[in-house]
Design a binder for this molecule. Structure first.
Ligand code: ADP
Ligand code: 5GP
Length: 208
């Protein structure tokens, strides 16, 4: 009888703001309760309905800088005039314990995680990069406007950044088009299932 032990997956999910990442993550986590969400730190203001410690750790600039200086972040970036960062404490312990972690981060952050993965065998084996894209930029703008959480200035910044973010799609392993939400959620679900079948995450020598 073959007893297979598997390490955790590090799912790095990116895509332009408003493409539907949070919506998709909520949907797929219902099917993959084992997938743990890495709660990022940010200096941006809380949106209505967001919960501190669940959606983000909302910090002021001073506290963010203090954590950055102490080396607490696995990656960090300045996005739309605010700072965002992934805490090592949200990721490393879980991966070591064989648990899977999902990061919702931008292209700059994903590039930093790719560099970490290239240098570290354990993270390299765990990391999978997925980009979520909109069917077109008009649909993205409509979603951002309908979400109603950003000013016109912030929407313009996010649409400008969207083009740069989308241009980086080839640095990811998988692409999911979020046109119809149910189809996109099913596609992401398939990617997560395939990730569990990767040889890289099998631990030890189960066949000897
Ligand atoms: P992100 O986390 O990528 O910034 P959100 O998950 O907040 O994006 O989604 C932005 C808005 O788009 C939300 O109002 C959400 O309900 C809506 N949305 C998400 N996916 C779709 C879709 N496939 N079709 C239409 N609207 C969508
Ligand atoms: P929002 O303000 O809409 O929640 O997120 C804006 C952008 O920041 C999104 O592209 C999201 O993926 C990204 N983001 C959220 N947390 C992090 C993080 O910890 N690191 C990086 N690099 N990007 C993040």
């Amino acid at each position: 009888m073959c007893k297979m032990m598997r390490g955790g997956d590090l799912i790095v999910l990116s895509g332009p703001s408003g493409v539907g990442k949070s919506t998709l993550v909520k949907k797929v986590r219902a099917f993959h309760p084992e997938l743990e969400f890495s709660v990022s730190c940010t200096t941006r203001a809380m949106r209505p309905g967001e919960i501190d410690g669940k959606d983000y750790h909302f910090l002021d600039e001073e506290e963010f800088s203090r954590r950055s200086d102490s080396g607490a972040f696995l990656e960090e970036a300045r996005i739309f005039r605010h700072r965002y960062g992934t805490l090592k404490s949200e990721v490393l312990e879980r991966l070591r314990a064989g648990r899977s972690v999902l990061l919702d981060i931008d292209l700059q952050g994903a590039k930093q995680i790719r560099a970490v993965a290239d240098a570290d065998r354990e993270i390299g084996a765990a990391a999978v990069f997925v980009m979520i894209v909109p069917p077109d930029l008009a649909a993205l703008e409509k979603r951002l406007r309908e979400r109603g959480s950003e000013s016109d200035e912030q929407i313009a910044l996010r649409l400008g950044a969207a083009r740069r973010e989308l241009a980086g799609f080839r640095t990811y392993d998988y692409l999911v088009v979020n046109d119809d939400l149910e189809t996109a959620a099913a596609d992401l679900d398939k990617i997560l299932a395939v990730c569990r079948m990767r040889t890289a995450i099998v631990q030890g020598d189960p066949f000897v």
